[in-house]
Design a protein around this ligand. Structure first.
Ligand SMILES: NC(=O)c1ccc[n+]([C@@H]2O[C@H](COP(=O)([O-])OP(=O)(O)OC[C@H]3O[C@@H](n4cnc5c(N)ncnc54)[C@H](OP(=O)(O)O)[C@@H]3O)[C@@H](O)[C@H]2O)c1
Length: 292
């Protein structure tokens, strides 16, 4: 039995699906209410046992650890409790922990914008590595889905995306690839004790990413650079916390012109190429075009 925390989220949903396809038994954790027979909570596939608990309060998961052999440790869901959750899992006989972390966790903590949202990627990795259990840590680069959260509203409204740092390069990784490597790490033994740097197959500037989305949806999209201060104002007006946005701008300013490393790990581990950004955009084309 595999216990998946963060199971209703961006990585957790495709992970649960892949584990089910692989015929693994899955227990999916959500803070939402318990499922009814007609409506499995959070839309999880039917063979999944959906349980209610909050990974940031590990005691709430104690009733769900019986029979669990492997844990997927989600840093946003576990928050400051990653080490306690892993210790509790070990007490209950869990033998393996696969942590989601992030590509930037070796950078100074104040250079990691996601910490300002409460993400504890470094702590999740450390909890796994120091657990005494079999462990794997996944260190993905920016998720491709950030293009949806950052740009979809503007693309639905017109052909111009206004944003900062048009020339900033990302290596966007398809969430399906992060989930597939996570599933592999939970089920197979060939990547144990590895911190795995995961990226998409290409480095693309913000402008190139927007142009790619435009090609996929058949519209001449362009990225118009605005000063960082204007971008901060716009994002804060949309409800994104200012400290997070400011830290993100600092990251762009710091790393602009520094080419990011493209990793081959997805292909090495999965034996197939990583999905490219155009393929990701095809999967999500409707979200860039539908009227809300
Ligand atoms: N976005 C990126 O570019 C990127 C890149 C590398 C690493 N990361 C890291 O990956 C993680 C995000 O992964 P994701 O996108 O899969 O997360 P997500 O979809 O936002 O969240 C996963 C699930 O965790 C639960 N959750 C969310 N916030 C919580 C909280 N405060 N307390 C307890 N449970 C909470 C929710 O489930 P329920 O509501 O069902 O309980 C949610 O569905 C972060 O640690 C982030 O730093 C992100």
């Amino acid at each position: 039995m595999i216990l998946v925390t963060g199971a209703t989220g961006v990585i957790g949903r495709p992970l649960v699906e892949l584990l089910v396809q692989a015929k693994a038994r899955v227990r999916a954790v959500t803070r939402a209410g318990a499922p009814t027979p007609d409506a499995p909570a959070a839309g999880a596939p039917a063979p999944v046992e959906v349980v209610t608990g909050d990974p940031s309060r590990p005691e709430t998961l104690a009733p769900h650890l019986h029979g669990v052999t492997a844990l997927f440790l989600h840093p946003r869901a576990a928050g400051d409790a990653a080490a306690d959750l892993v210790a509790l899992a070990a007490e209950h006989g869990v033998r393996r922990v696969v942590a989601l972390a992030a590509a930037n966790i070796d950078e100074p903590l104040d250079h990691q914008p996601s910490r300002l949202r409460g993400d504890r990627n470094k702590e999740a990795e450390e909890a796994a590595v120091t657990s005494g259990l079999e462990w794997v840590s996944l260190r993905p680069s920016s998720f491709a889905v950030n293009a949806l959260t950052g740009w979809a509203a503007q693309i639905r409204a017109g052909d111009v995306v206004r944003g900062p740092y048009a020339g900033f390069r990302e290596t966007p990784i398809d969430e399906r690839d992060v989930a597939a490597v996570a599933a592999h790490a939970l089920l197979a033994d060939d990547v144990l004790r590895q911190r795995i740097h995961l990226t998409g197959p290409q480095a693309l500037t913000h402008a190139e990413m927007v142009e790619t989305i435009g090609r996929v949806i058949g519209r001449p999209l362009s990225y118009v650079e605005v000063p960082p201060e204007a971008a901060v104002q716009g994002w804060v007006a949309r409800g994104i916390p200012e400290p997070f946005v400011t830290a993100l701008m600092a990251r762009y300013a710091r790393d602009l012109g520094r080419p990011p490393r493209v990793s081959e790990e997805v292909a090495r581990i999965l034996g197939r190429p990583a999905y490219g950004f155009a393929s990701w955009a095809e999967e999500h084309a409707a979200e860039f075009t539908r009227t809300m």
